[in-house]
Design a protein around this ligand. Structure first.
Ligand SMILES: [Zn+2]
Length: 135
């Protein structure tokens, strides 16, 4: 019987300090047109060239409305990926400008009929109040 050597639990978590910009998922969808200009990006999916940051391209691929227009060639899967990437890297929270408007419906409760049980006791007995006297 061979004894299973269990891994000594040493923490292998070194801090990921250098998060380079080029590891951004946005570069899966965009390429630099001009190496000297990082803000000149071409969409791989449709070929559109934009002057914007890579963050913008993710919005563009994800099709998040309000800020940019959506890439016409991005698939649903592409959108999901970019949305997730945007969520993960909470750079700016500018993509969330949707205001929820609550429409309140006033509900009127109708339907409980009043039992009109108004028995009027209008029976008044006339008393003969005068008494006659016979002389
Ligand atoms: Zn595109």
């Amino acid at each position: 019987m061979s004894s299973v050597v269990s891994n000594p639990s040493f923490s292998n978590s070194k801090p990921i300090s250098l998060k380079r910009n080029f590891e951004d998922i946005g570069w899966d969808y965009g390429v630099l047109v001009d190496p000297d200009n990082l803000n000149r990006i071409k969409c791989k999916l449709c070929g559109l060239q934009v002057s914007a940051q890579i963050y913008w391209l993710k919005l563009y691929i994800a099709g998040i409305r309000g800020q940019v227009r959506a890439c016409k060639n991005s698939t649903k899967e592409d959108k999901e990926r970019c949305k997730k990437a945007i969520d993960d890297s909470k750079h700016v929270n500018m993509a969330r400008l949707t205001e929820q408007q609550e429409v309140r419906d006033t509900v009127d409760l109708v339907g409980a009929p009043d039992a009109d049980d108004d028995t009027t006791m209008a029976e008044v007995e006339e008393l003969d109040g005068g008494w006659r006297e016979d002389h």
